[in-house]
Write a new protein. Structure first.
Ligand code: FES
Ligand code: FES
Length: 172
């Protein structure tokens, strides 16, 4: 369904037009319908429309990784991905990574006690999980490359690396 959102009170003058549409997306294994403008970033949909606030807003310009989710298993920056680009792709957020919070990466994160303030950590975990799904035994260089775009203002990088190595050892 496509509709036009807002027009001027003066019918002869169009001041602002937003094209709204209904999108059907698959998030954490469930189909969700939302009515949003076509250029709405996926991050906004997840947080504001679906209440999945585990995914964080950091920079909004694909530079910090706080908003990382999986799109068909690949780590993507949801702040810079318009809803119109999702199509039938499957989205996984931190809420859907595992049922009990027991994904090997989540277990390793707990064992190493990685977080400090915690703000960046959902994005870090999603990037690490995407890496290990594709490459369960990454080299240190491959870990560094995969995690490079995830910024941690608290500087937990050493513990992040330790946890990725530990998670890798848990994956058979
Ligand atoms: S909020 Fe998306 S990369 Fe920073
Ligand atoms: S734990 Fe604070 S920003 Fe990473």
């Amino acid at each position: 369904m496509v509709s036009f959102l807002s027009f001027s009170n003066n019918a002869s003058r169009l001041t602002h037009t937003k094209i709204m549409a209904t999108y059907s997306i698959t998030v954490n294994g469930e189909t969700k319908k939302i009515d949003v403008a076509s250029d709405t970033p996926l991050l906004w949909v997840l947080r504001d429309s679906l209440g999945l606030v585990g995914t964080k807003y950091g920079c909004g310009i694909a530079q910090c990784g706080a908003c990382t989710v999986h799109l068909n298993g690949t780590a993507v920056r949801s702040c810079s991905l318009p809803i119109s680009a999702i199509g039938t792709s499957k989205i996984t957020t931190i809420e859907g990574l595992s049922k009990e919070g027991d994904h090997p990466v989540q277990q390793a994160w707990q064992e190493v006690d990685v977080p400090q303030c915690g703000y960046c950590q959902a994005g870090q975990i999603m990037s690490a999980a995407a890496l290990l799904a594709k490459n369960p035994k990454p080299s240190e260089e491959q870990i560094a490359t995969a995690m490079n775009g995830n910024i941690c203002r608290c500087g937990t990088y050493h513990r992040i690396k330790e946890a990725v190595v530990l998670a890798s050892s848990k994956i058979k």
